[in-house]
Write a protein that binds this ligand. Structure first.
Ligand code: PGA
Length: 256
């Protein structure tokens, strides 16, 4: 089975939640629960201002830290933005790019997503690249076209070698924060399709090694069924990642 060549990645997307002090407290509660759970990589993606506390609180644990966005320029007059170098110097290892909330509310396009991906990879960050269709796109039968285009445009100019630092998160927009999870079969179908897109771009062998996560109302109750699928290599988890006991259950479900 190809799944065995990929390590699952369970990543929490905290979105705009938790202050620095709350970040320390949450990680202190989470860390004992993840001890020895080394069958998957564990990441928490916090707001920028919480990263320092997250890095401190995760020292000596198996939890890694990610940001939720990064700017594509190295430095300059970009008020409010954060560069890849700033994140790397802090010790941040992961960054979410192209989340649907960034695309919907903050004007991110496939082009800016691509620029951010390239800047992040050039700095050595591991990218969690989000793709996914809206409800009307699914209902119109164009899910595959949408995720193929988002994936291909985000990865323009990304080399096969760089793909060992890319994780794709398939997140159907209609399933995010709605409590409406894609069924395991629906999620598997699109994750497998994304892998075929990666195979077109980089060849079968390279495509086998790229983790493809599912995200969208994944929780302690439905994680095991989703994670058992051949092409689902972990999850990007919003709401449930803010509850240590629930997040730990998802991590447990990813151990096999
Ligand atoms: P959710 O969010 O788990 O709360 O649906 C997932 C995400 O947006 O990454």
């Amino acid at each position: 089975m190809n799944k065995s060549v990929r390590k699952a990645v369970i990543a929490g997307n905290w979105k705009m939640n938790k202050t620095p002090a709350q970040t320390t407290a949450l990680i202190q509660e989470l860390a004992p629960l993840t001890k020895g759970q080394d069958g998957c990589d564990i990441v928490v993606c916090t707001p920028f201002v919480d990263l320092a506390n997250a890095l401190e609180a995760t020292k000596g644990t198996n939890i890694k830290v990610g940001a939720q966005n990064v700017h594509f320029e190295a430095a300059g007059a970009f008020t409010g933005e954060i560069s890849a170098e700033m994140l790397c110097e802090m010790g941040v290892e992961y960054v979410i790019i192209g989340h649907s909330e960034r695309r919907q509310y903050f004007g991110e396009t496939d082009e800016t997503v691509n620029k951010r991906v390239k800047a992040a990879l050039a700095s050595g960050l591991t990218v969690i690249l989000c793709v996914g269709e809206m409800l009307d796109e699914r209902e119109n039968g164009i899910t595959n076209e949408i995720v193929a285009m988002q994936t291909k445009m985000a990865l323009l100019g990304v080399t096969a070698d760089q793909m060992n630092k890319v994780i794709i998160a398939y997140e159907p927009v209609w399933a995010i924060g709605t409590g409406k999870t894609a069924t395991a079969d629906q999620a598997e179908e699109v994750c497998a399709f994304i892998r075929s897109v990666l195979a077109d771009l980089y060849g079968e062998e390279a495509a086998k090694t790229v983790p493809v996560q599912y995200g969208g109302s994944m929780n302690a109750g439905n994680a095991a069924e989703l994670l058992a699928k051949e092409n689902i290599d972990g999850g990007l988890i919003g709401g449930a990642s803010l509850k240590p006991a629930d997040f730990a259950k998802i991590i447990q479900a990813a151990q096999n």
